[in-house]
Design a protein around this ligand. Sequence first.
Ligand SMILES: [Zn+2]
Length: 108
Amino acid sequence: MTDRKQQLEMLRDELIDRFNRYKAHKEQRGGPLDKDMEEQSIELQNDNVIEALQQEAEDELRQVVHALERIDDGEGDCCEQCGEVIDARRLAALPQTTLCRDCAERTH
Ligand SMILES: [Zn+2]
């Protein structure tokens, strides 16, 4: 359990980082890109793409924070929708999930 929490905390920090970089890039358009961003600069030349990536990071971040809250509440292992225990392999592969496979498939 601690492992998953640590994993999520790392993911959260990464996402905050990513989100801030997109934001900074948008704010100083045409400014220098840092190393990671430079590798992606072809894709990132379009403002709409950055907007979409920023949105994606924000959505993912929200999901990660939500999963962390559920862990703190002692419900991190249980599906948010049906209350079933979420498969450990699923949690290992997708630590930010709060739904079991069945419910995730149903909502998609
Ligand atoms: Zn479920």
